[in-house]
Design a protein around this ligand. Structure first.
Ligand SMILES: Nc1ncnc2c1ncn2[C@@H]1O[C@H](COP(=O)(O)OP(=O)(O)OP(=O)(O)O)[C@@H](O)[C@H]1O
Ligand SMILES: [Mg+2]
Length: 166
């Protein structure tokens, strides 16, 4: 995993960008991110088909102690995975901009962690997101994940003193 920041790794408040070289590395990143999340957090994932949003959510879920297999909600827009901290998983791909609230996302769930694939389809969600991550395909096996909001939180997860017990 390669981490770059616009002012170096310690640049608090700057966007940070991470490159992963396999699905396993993207899952590791999700696991790492889970350590710094709190109930009520809303993570918006933006990026084209196949950029690794669901793979990241799989790692996130594993890090949160969710044991169910995580996959993209295909015919439904939302899955709720029970766990020590429940995970609300939305995928807004099938929604046009005016219908985004039909997903049932009326407000952030205070007791859960919410993760939204295709968050760019629901512009109002931007106000709710505590962390926004854009995913891009660089090549067949390389993905670039750029934190557009909450970079200081994401940086925490790379610090060795982040609470591993979450
Ligand atoms: N570094 C990488 N990180 C994540 N996935 C990768 C990587 N390299 C290759 N892949 C492949 O890219 C695909 C990512 O699929 P995934 O379902 O996570 O994408 P997605 O962004 O959720 O797409 P969709 O918008 O269709 O839901 C998988 O087939 C995975 O094996
Ligand atoms: Mg997906």
């Amino acid at each position: 995993m390669t981490v770059a920041g616009t002012s170096g790794f310690g640049g608090l408040g700057m966007n940070i960008s991470v490159e992963t070289h396999s699905p396993a590395e993207t899952q590791d990143l999700g696991r790492c991110l889970a350590r710094v999340l709190h109930p009520g957090d809303v993570i918006g994932l933006e990026g084209d088909l196949g950029t690794g949003k669901t793979v990241l959510v799989q790692g996130l879920a594993a890090g949160l102690g969710v044991t169910a297999r995580v996959h993209s909600p295909t015919f439904v827009l939302h899955h709720r995975y029970p766990g020590p901290v429940p995970l609300e998983h939305y995928d807004l791909y099938r929604l046009g901009e005016p219908d985004w609230h039909d997903a049932g996302l009326d407000e952030p769930a205070p007791g859960s962690i919410t993760v939204i694939e295709w968050a760019e389809r629901g512009a109002p969600l931007r106000d709710w997101t505590t962390i926004r991550i854009q995913l891009q395909s660089v090549s067949e096996h390389v993905r670039r994940l750029t934190c557009l909001k909450g970079a200081e939180r994401v940086e925490e997860c790379f610090r060795s003193d982040a609470d591993p017990g979450h």
